[in-house]
Design a protein around this ligand. Structure first.
Ligand code: BES
Ligand code: MN
Ligand code: MN
Length: 457
């Protein structure tokens, strides 16, 4: 009876839920671009108001050193019921190259079965799913089957520093039996996936300095080592020809995959064919002795995310620049120490740098990998939620992306993490034409309702 009334409520309010998430998506809450700091505040305020309207209490927009956090709770389910901490992020990635968007990134547009907008999948759309679920439960039953706390941050795409500090400093306030995170893809609309591991990250900047000022490349070229060239040589030395990483010590703490896990991962219906189709690359790359699922989820990487130096605007300038720069990031796996990787990279680059230039490495952010023990009762509730809402049993897999604060929930709150993702691999995260598959959005709301009904302490 209750389930029917919730289903009826959700169907009556389908259009409004869509309109509301569109309102949120219209706010360009890009966390890493200072010109959007007003929008960050607006997106936080928008969510706070929505959480109040849904019936949550103690709603707060918490100022931090960085971007504000949004907190809210509803704690009347009694001490026998589980307490669920719902985590999400309202900040989004920059939108460039904006010319490649079919419709503007902050004008949410439905095309076919998808809603296109920056943040549609990562992560406003997936965060809103739980707001709608709690709203539906409270509106139809007047109560919730669990105690709920929401903690939604505004700088996940910039390393989650503020929320990490907040979690470390407020363990009693945030105490929970589990942390529910919807911020990633499943395999396909009919192939749900439960993520039990996320890679960690180290990200930083490499600077190569040569001459004390920019030089005319005719007057000095041939006698001065060009920092762009030196940088390219150094970056090329970070990998071995077989795709492994050449930095000494990089693999020292990597926990090897055991045979049982390799066997389980081999059953995940994702492989080279899917990788090529999704990414548009002609052939895969990387450590040949690992499958692509293993390479993405369970092996560490080093990526060059950007490199610049000298003259890159329109036109042409024959110059030897004084400096050259690269942004690099490593994806890390258990038990690599995210705070030590930068030092290893710096020591290696300094050791191999030619005497013609100076090299420095500046860490921007780091967070270790997380792994969630399988077969906990909370995961069983997630399986049930997917089975009923998506009509299929989820597979278990590790994911290559990172959520900086995930480790803090384990370390400071001692909560199991439940990754209940509703995105798809082709959602274009961080890219033009980001979208969410609307059937997943609506099933996600149902799955969240079911999860809250099924999960116990
Ligand atoms: N939602 C992603 C992380 C993610 C991606 C999880 C794919 C599972 C599958 C998150 O918003 C993200 O992009 N994180 C950044 C963190 C970084 C900026 C510190 C990432 O992974 O690059
Ligand atoms: Mn995200
Ligand atoms: Mn992201």
């Amino acid at each position: 009876m209750t389930d029917q009334s919730i289903a009826a409520y959700l169907s009556t309010h389908r259009q409004r839920h869509l309109e509301e998430v569109c309102d949120w998506l219209r706010i360009p809450s890009v966390s890493t671009q200072p010109q959007h700091s007003g929008d960050i505040q607006k997106a936080a305020d928008w969510l706070a108001e929505k959480l109040s309207a849904a019936g949550l209490e103690n709603v707060e927009v918490v100022p931090t050193d960085g971007h504000p956090l949004v907190y809210a709770d509803w704690l009347h389910a009694g001490s026998d019921a589980a307490t669920v901490l719902v985590y999400g992020h309202y900040d989004v990635q920059p939108v460039d190259p904006v010319a490649l968007w079919e419709t503007p990134p902050f004008e949410p547009t439905v095309r076919g079965e998808s809603l296109f907008a920056r943040g549609a999948s990562d992560d406003k759309g997936q965060t809103y799913i739980h707001v709608a679920a709690v709203e539906a439960l409270l509106a139809t039953t007047g109560t919730l089957p669990v105690n709920v706390k929401f903690l939604v941050e505004g700088e996940e795409e910039d390393g989650s520093q503020a929320v990490m500090r907040y979690v470390a400093e407020n363990p009693a306030k945030l105490a929970a039996d589990l942390c529910l995170i919807s911020d990633g893809p499943i395999l396909a609309p009919d192939k749900p996936k439960i993520v039990y591991g996320l890679r960690g990250i180290w990200a930083g900047e490499v600077t190569v300095t040569g001459p004390g000022r920019d030089l005319h490349s005719g007057m000095y070229g041939g006698a001065v080592h060009n920092p762009n060239q030196a940088l390219a040589e150094l970056l090329a030395a970070l990998h071995n020809p077989d795709g492994s990483i050449a930095v000494p010590g990089f693999y020292d703490d990597v926990r090897p995959l055991d045979a049982a896990e390799r066997e389980a991962l081999a059953k995940v219906p994702y492989g080279e064919a899917e990788l090529l189709a999704e990414s548009g690359v002609p052939v895969a790359w990387g450590e040949a002795e690992y499958t692509v699922t293993e390479r993405i989820g369970a092996r560490p990487t080093l990526e060059i995310n950007g490199m610049w130096g000298g003259f890159i605007d329109d036109g042409f300038k024959t110059v030897i620049p004084s400096e050259a720069h690269a942004k690099i990031s490593c994806r890390l796996v258990p038990d690599q120490k995210s705070d030590e990787i930068g030092g290893l990279i710096e020591a290696y680059l300094k050791k191999i740098a030619p005497p013609t230039v100076q090299v420095s490495v500046r860490t921007r952010q780091h967070a270790p990998a997380v792994l969630v023990p399988l077969e906990t009762p909370q995961l069983a509730a997630a399986v049930t939620a997917y089975e009923r809402a998506f009509g299929a049993t989820p597979v278990f897999a590790r994911e290559g992306g990172s959520i900086g604060v995930a480790i803090s929930f384990q370390t400071h709150l001692h909560t199991p993490l439940i990754f209940l993702g509703f995105g798809l691999p082709d959602d274009n995260l961080h890219a033009p034409n980001e979208k969410i598959h609307l059937p997943n959005f609506y099933r996600g709301i149902e799955a969240s309702v079911i999860f809250m009904q099924e999960v116990h302490k």
